[in-house]
Ligand binder design. Structure first.
Ligand code: KIV
Length: 273
C-alpha cells in the first residue's frame, strides 16, 4: 500500500507552485525517467517530477548529458507523464535542440508537449538562450530555467565543481535569473552554487527557485532519483543525502534469487501450476 504525506492531491500547476512560494511552502522535486518509478514517486506526493537529461547518465550510462536526443527525451517523458496524476511534469530540452535557433527551440518544445503530455520544459542558460526561451513562451509553453552548473556546458566548464564563486560569474547569474523571471519563466533551478548566492537569488525573485547543491535558502530542492535512492554508488557529492541503499537491497535480492535457483529452492510447489 503506497502512502502520501500530501493533503492536497489536486494536480500541481505552475500557478500552485507560485502560491507555494508566496506561502513559504517548500517545493519537492525529483527526477524520474520511466513509468514504474514515476508512479511510485507521484503516489508518494512529489510536487514536481523532472524528466531530466540526466537520463543520459543514469539510464544510458553516458558520462555526460550531451548525447541524449530529443526522441529519447520524448520516450522518457511519455513514460513518466503516463504514470503521473498529481505532480507537475517537466521535461528537459536536450543539448542541441534549442541553443542555436529559436524556431528549432520552439519545434523541440512543441514536440515534447504534444508527444509526451508533460506540463512544461526546462532549458539550461540565461541571456545566451533568451530568444529560444521567449519563442517557446509565445506558444504558451511553461519554461523552467536552469543556471549555475549547467551540465550541458560541461565541456566549456571543464569541471563539475561549484559555479559562481567569483564575483563576475555570480553577478551574471543574478542578472540571468532576473532576466528569466522578466521574460516569463515560471521557475528556475540553481545547481551547485554557494548557498548564500542561491538564497539571495531566491529572495529577490518572485518565481520559485529550486536548488540542487545550492543550500537550504531556496524555495525547493531537486535531486536525481538514482542518487538519493542509493542506486548510484560512485556518486557522492557533499550535497547528496541518500534516503535508501537501494543498490544493496537490489543486490541482496538478486543474490538470493540466484542462490534459490542454484539450490532448486525456487520455484517451490506453491509457485507452480
Ligand atoms: O537533468 C537533471 O536531472 C537535472 C537536475 C540535476 C536538475 O537537470
Amino acid at each position: 500500500m503506497s502512502t502520501n504525506t500530501q493533503t492536497d492531491n489536486r494536480k500541481v500547476t505552475t500557478l500552485r507552485l507560485s502560491a507555494m512560494k508566496q506561502a513559504g511552502e517548500k517545493i519537492a522535486m525529483l527526477t524520474a525517467y520511466d513509468y514504474t518509478m514515476a508512479k511510485i514517486i507521484d503516489e508518494a506526493g512529489m510536487d514536481v517530477i523532472l524528466v531530466g537529461d540526466s537520463a543520459s547518465n543514469v539510464m544510458a550510462g553516458n558520462t555526460t548529458t550531451l548525447p541524449i536526443t530529443l526522441d529519447q527525451m520524448i520516450y522518457h517523458g511519455k513514460s513518466v507523464a503516463r504514470a503521473v496524476t498529481r505532480a507537475l511534469v517537466v521535461v528537459d530540452l536536450p543539448f542541441g535542440s534549442y541553443q542555436g535557433d529559436s524556431m528549432e527551440a520552439l519545434h523541440s518544445a512543441i514536440r515534447i508537449m504534444k508527444e509526451t503530455h508533460a506540463d512544461a520544459v526546462k532549458l539550461e542558460g540565461g541571456a545566451e538562450i533568451r530568444a529560444s526561451v521567449e519563442r517557446i513562451l509565445t506558444a504558451g509553453i511553461p519554461v523552467m530555467g536552469h543556471l549555475g552548473l549547467t551540465p550541458q556546458s560541461i565541456n566549456k566548464f571543464g569541471t563539475y565543481a561549484v559555479r559562481a564563486k567569483e564575483e563576475a560569474e555570480a553577478a551574471k547569474l543574478i542578472s540571468d535569473a532576473k532576466l528569466l523571471e522578466e521574460i516569463g519563466c515560471f521557475a528556475v533551478v540553481l545547481e551547485k552554487i554557494p548557498a548564500i548566492l542561491a538564497k539571495q537569488v531566491s529572495e529577490s525573485l518572485s518565481i520559485p527557485v529550486i536548488g540542487i547543491g545550492a543550500g537550504g535558502g531556496t524555495d525547493g530542492q531537486v535531486l536525481v532519483m538514482h542518487d538519493m535512492l542509493g542506486l548510484n554508488k560512485g556518486f557522492s557529492p557533499r550535497f547528496l543525502r541518500r534516503y535508501a541503499d537501494m543498490g544493496k537491497i537490489m543486490n541482496d535480492a538478486v543474490q538470493n534469487y540466484i542462490a534459490d535457483i542454484k539450490s532448486s529452492d525456487f520455484p517451490n510447489e506453491n509457485e507452480q501450476y
